[in-house]
Design a protein around this ligand. Structure first.
Ligand code: AN0
Ligand code: CP
Length: 316
């Protein structure tokens, strides 16, 4: 595996899932597989889970890790091609990626959508440029349009907690005061389409996700109808794709409440975190027995560990 950027990066998802379950049962089983290999992580945006879980995953495989926060503990990076660099950015991502590739055997990079230029975001200009110049395998730590390590952890969470063979999984939009990327929602849909689940996506009008992600997916504009009989409720805010990057609704009636959860089939509540309490979901749901968000975040370790192990196995 030369890159891990989406669900298709894994050769066979069922095999990867089995490997993840085995690693979850015995995390130190390959404790020296990554010995003498170095993982470099570049964060162009903040992170708690991705940074700690990926470092922990590397430690479980015996790898060394180096972490850089672009702009604070390294130089500010220019990501656009062909510009005169007379502004704030000191170094181009082309050199930064290539130089990190000199020091590291595998690189991870986090680069959020700018939410200004939809075409540039959906072409994945920054991630693709990083991959082109890195010279070593690259793992997405969330890119403009996807968050595959999160989605893999979400899949592992559902597989290890489900009570029926084919659960009804509802992805619901919920309000948020800031414009957020569509990446987590896109990616969740992408991965759930490869899982043994019945997926329903619900959101207000104007929040339709990009056709390449949701064509053929069951979209239900009535949140209550979507939640009826749900086994999992996965809440997430995203900004509009059609009115790109805009906040079209702040309707708090979309917040996931205990009353809404009562419509479901005793559903588990999921969110990728960080979550805004009483905007996305009420305290009652998040602190109650249906919430599995902490276990879900815990599974970020085995998600990253499985991907790192597959990359290491593919190395000469
Ligand atoms: C980010 C997002 O929505 O993409 C990261 C989530 C893992 N969330 C925020 O910026 C709050
Ligand atoms: N869920 C997630 O990726 O969290 P961080 O942004 O804290 O890494």
């Amino acid at each position: 595996m030369k890159r891990f950027t989406d669900v298709h990066s894994l050769h066979a998802l069922p095999d990867a899932l089995q490997e993840a379950l085995a690693l979850k049962a015995d995390p130190w089983a390959h404790a020296s597989f990554g010995a003498r290999k170095t993982l470099g992580l570049l964060f162009m945006n903040p992170s708690l889970r991705t940074r700690m879980s990926t470092q922990k995953a590397a430690a479980l495989l015996g790898m060394d890790v180096m972490v850089l926060n672009a702009g604070s503990d390294s130089w500010t990076l220019e990501t656009r091609d062909g510009v005169v660099m007379d502004g704030g950015a000191t170094e181009h991502i082309k050199e930064a990626a290539a130089v990190m590739g000199q020091y590291c055997d595998i690189l991870g990079v986090r680069t959020f959508a700018g939410l200004q230029d939809r075409d540039a975001d959906y072409r994945e200009d920054v991630m693709e440029s990083f991959i082109r110049y890195a010279g070593v395998p690259v793992i997405s730590l969330e890119s403009a349009t996807r968050h595959p390590l999160q989605s893999f952890a979400d899949l592992i969470t559902i597989e290890t907690t489900k009570k029926v063979a084919r659960p009804r999984v509802v992805l619901t939009w919920a309000p948020h005061p800031k414009a957020l990327p569509q990446a987590v929602a896109n990616s969740f849909v992408e991965w759930m389409r490869h899982a043994e689940v019945d997926l329903v996506v619900t959101h207000p009008h104007g929040y339709e996700l990009a056709p390449e992600f949701v064509d053929g997916v069951h979209v239900e504009y009535d949140q209550d109808a979507a939640l009826d009989g749900a086994d999992y409720v996965y809440a997430k805010n995203w900004s509009s794709y059609t009115s790109y990057g805009q906040i079209l609704s702040s309707d708090r009636s979309w917040t996931v409440t205990e009353e809404k959860m009562r419509r479901t089939n005793n559903a588990r509540f999921m969110h990728c975190l960080p979550v805004r309490r009483n905007m996305i979901v009420t305290d009652g749901v998040l602190d109650g027995p249906s919430s599995i968000v902490i276990e879900q975040a815990g599974n970020r370790v085995v998600s990253a560990q499985t991907v790192l192990l597959q990359m290491l196995k593919a190395m000469p």
